[in-house]
Design a protein. Structure first.
Length: 470
């Protein structure tokens, strides 16, 4: 335990012999993962190479869901690089850098709100900071400091002294991109304002021990008894909140692309379902996942159930525009539902619930899953597609454990799956909810009358499959 500090160095008494770091194994993991990813790029017939960071043209693989083995290689690479740096660099330097990460979000917010990527669009030679300043109205010396810091993290590039240009990463800062909208959601209200209240909320003797939806850091920050979704709908004439809610909706499309949410389309054996099987996309919004499933498995039939305004938008706008053939073939039906009060259409083969349960505390999630259970036939299955949080400590391998990373990498891939833990943080801050471990999902299913069947490892996300409990 630490005794005292001198010159910022903790004095430690060790209770066991120190174990040397396994640097060579981490380097081997990095080399193997990088080689695998590079080979995947080189196999592309259109652009058989890894693009330079200076390249602003899209690569054909940028919009693709990587094969599972390549997704694993990416996680190994990110995790091993971060672990190697944390191991070799003096610890106080690493810790101080983490404390200073708050300025990353602040500077990214400046770039997004000032629309720097748009100003630099089609300017491959870059623009002097004076010209950028004139267009975005930020004082040029301060703007240069912001951009130079971002360039040092490979977002934008400084092509000459005080001359800045877009690069491969900054192209995702364009406000027209879904990821640009997600960046605004994270760096702007309500996320950043709510995150500041996290410590005070957790340390509050009442709020910190409550699972109530209305006792989140968001509620504390905005002094409202209503959940964030009520705020995003622009209730009480709050136009700014409504605009933020619309931005969040666009941003979620970018988030879903990053985490390969569409991996469920190829990661589950839909082709093994009986001909004419019915998939109910429960709380599926406007039904993006159902559209992708229909395109690959046109023999399946689909039902989309959500709140009335969502299903109306899906039926009158989204599907006629993006998937009219499913409507023409009578392969999609639209039914409104209030999941807190009603059960979905009965006797469907699959009830797909994607990115819904993590928004709810346990009692609400149990209620919703119980309502789904009432609709199931003996052969029906429930698929919950969300993040399954793994432990940072290695656990015994068994039939229900998700694959753990190869030692000496942290078993949960460390930085390779860090977005799972950031998502969990977002749930805590904005909804007083959480991402869950597999054991938690199993217990949740048991409470709702569902029997755990298996998990489907989709890379960053996973799917938990349940059958009706007997």
């Amino acid at each position: 335990m630490p005794k005292s500090t001198t010159n910022n160095q903790p004095h430690i008494t060790y209770s066991m012999s120190p174990v040397p770091a396994d640097i060579s194994s981490l380097l081997s993991l990095i080399t193997s993962a990088a080689t695998s990813i590079e080979s995947y790029y080189k196999s592309n017939p259109t652009k058989p190479y890894v693009p330079s960071l200076d390249d602003t043209e899209p690569h054909p693989l940028d919009a693709q869901v990587y094969p599972l083995d390549v997704r694993k290689a990416v996680q190994n690479l990110e995790g091993a690089c971060a672990q190697l740096t944390a191991t070799l660099v003096r610890p106080d330097k690493t810790v101080l850098n983490k404390h200073l990460c708050i300025y990353d979000s602040a500077y990214l917010g400046v770039a997004l709100r000032a629309k720097i990527a748009e100003i630099l669009l089609d300017k491959p030679q870059g623009l002097h900071v004076s010209d950028i300043s004139e267009q975005c109205k930020i004082e040029k010396r301060k703007l240069a400091r912001v951009l130079r810091t971002l360039c040092s993290q490979h977002v934008f590039r400084e092509v000459a002294k005080d001359v800045f240009a877009n690069n491969r990463l900054s192209m995702y800062f364009l406000s027209s991109t879904p990821l640009g909208a997600m960046g605004m959601h994270v760096s702007d209200e309500p996320t950043n304002k709510s995150a500041v209240e996290l410590a005070d909320t957790l340390l509050d003797p009442e709020w910190g021990h409550s699972d109530a939806l209305e006792k989140s850091p968001f509620n504390r920050a905005f002094k409202t008894p209503h959940p964030m979704w009520h705020y995003f709908e622009g209730k009480d004439g709050n136009q700014k909140a409504a605009e933020q809610g619309a931005r969040f909706g666009r941003g979620m499309a970018g988030w879903s692309a990053v985490i390969d949410a569409d991996a469920i389309v190829t990661g589950y054996p839909w082709d093994k379902l009986p001909k004419g099987a019915v998939v109910n996309d429960v709380a599926g919004g406007w039904g993006h996942t159902s559209m992708e499933l229909y395109k690959k498995y046109p023999n399946l039939s689909f039902i989309l159930q959500d709140l009335p305004e969502r299903t109306e938008q899906a039926q009158t706008e989204a599907w006629p525009t993006e998937c009219p053939q499913a409507i023409a073939r009578n392969k999609i039906k639209f039914r409104s539902i209030d999941l807190f009060k009603e059960s979905p259409v009965a006797n469907c083969d699959i009830y797909l619930i994607k990115n819904v349960i993590h928004l709810m505390p346990d009692d609400v999630a149990t209620l919703v899953l119980s309502n789904v259970r009432k609709s199931m036939s003996p052969t029906s299955r429930v698929l919950i597609q969300e993040t399954i949080v793994q432990y940072a400590a290695r656990v015994p391998d068994d039939d229900v454990t998700l694959q753990q990373a190869e030692p000496p990498l942290l078993p949960n891939y460390g930085a390779g799956r860090i977005r799972q833990y950031y998502t969990d943080a977002a749930m805590m801050v904005l909804c007083n909810s959480q991402e869950r471990t597999l054991e938690h999902y199993i217990a949740l299913g048991n409470a709702a009358g569902l029997q755990f069947v298996t998990t489907w490892d989709l890379g960053e996300m996973s799917a938990v499959e349940y059958a009706p409990a007997t």
